[in-house]
Design a binder for this molecule. Sequence first.
Ligand code: NAD
Ligand code: ZN
Length: 367
Amino acid sequence: AVIPVAIAGAPYDVVIEEGALARAGALCRPFLRKDTVAVVTDENVAGAWRETVAASFAAQGIASHWLVLPAGEATKSWENLARVVDWLLHLEVERKDNIVALGGGVIGDLTGFAASMVKRGCGFIQMPTTLLAQVDSSVGGKTAINTPVGKNLVGAFHQPSLVLADPLSLDTLPLRDVRAGYAEVVKYGLIDDPEFFFWCEANAQCLLAGEADAREHAIARSVAAKARIVAADEKETTGVRALLNLGHTFGHALEAQCGFSDRLLHGEGVALGMILAARYSARLGLMHGQDAERVAAHIAAVGLPASLKALDIDCDGQTLKNHMLHDKKMDAGTLPFLLMRGLGQTFLAKDVDLADVAAFLDEELAR
Ligand code: NAD
Ligand code: ZN
């Protein structure tokens, strides 16, 4: 599938295709002006996919230069940003060149941010190799690094020239990361596409087992949803793009409580966060309790964490509420809360009572 992303002034395609990495050279050829290309990746991805991608460039007469960074969230740092930028400058990358980010959201965010500043903004191609990156981070142009103060606090909007998503890359991805990325897939169904949520309920097991059709459909439908939302609100000014934060306010608080460590992956936090958003919506009488439990049942069925108690985080609702107050989505003293009127009917709620949220979280922690 090819999904166009209709950003005004910077439109691009997302190519979702089994074998796209093995054909990367040919697919990128129209975007490269020289016979060399710079590729940034991490150790794990290099181990699994470097040979394939390098060979596909070589077959087009393109020599690839590689910068292989350590794997992990800590790589999104000032130090590595400088390292990537300096490396690109030494390679004499020009503004109209396209550099390549091959990896998950960490490599995509860091490399995209570096591209946004090299020669005041050079081109870049995303080759996302995690499900999370394929359905979410590689599309939409948000790039960032972390600082000691918090995650993703420094960055830029910088759209890629092309996104190549190869479902085969998920064959080498640990199942835990596949599941975590799947939480973002479910998110698109819950935002505004109930039919897709029902499709997820029926097809999640095939998808997680690596069945080609299910995987491609899930990625394409998710990318189409993200493309539609970011084209409507590129820089998150009208509130449409905020819908993508469903489950993320609760999720962020849980991630913070776990110290943003491997104890709780981002997607796992989002999965729990969507359950909490659904249950809190039911508590406010906005949505049927049975629909909220349907969300929880699906999250549990795919093996994602579905209960706060099982997380074994030693804290109370007040502590989680305080984490929310440090969320970067905080806007002039209020938090944009995404709540649901039903499955696939998410909306931006304005005056949510945080004391009530804390009481709700105490109940959930004891549940
Ligand atoms: P990641 O990039 O750390 O990848 C997860 C792990 O999988 C890493 O250990 C990586 O080395 C490994 N890996 C990646 N692809 C592999 C493959 N094909 N085979 C084997 N191993 C592979 O994490 P992620 O979950 O992809 O992304 C998380 C990051 O994305 C966070 O930093 C988050 O802030 C960011 N993010 C950005 C946006 C955005 O809009 N820019 C949206 C969501 C998340
Ligand atoms: Zn997310």
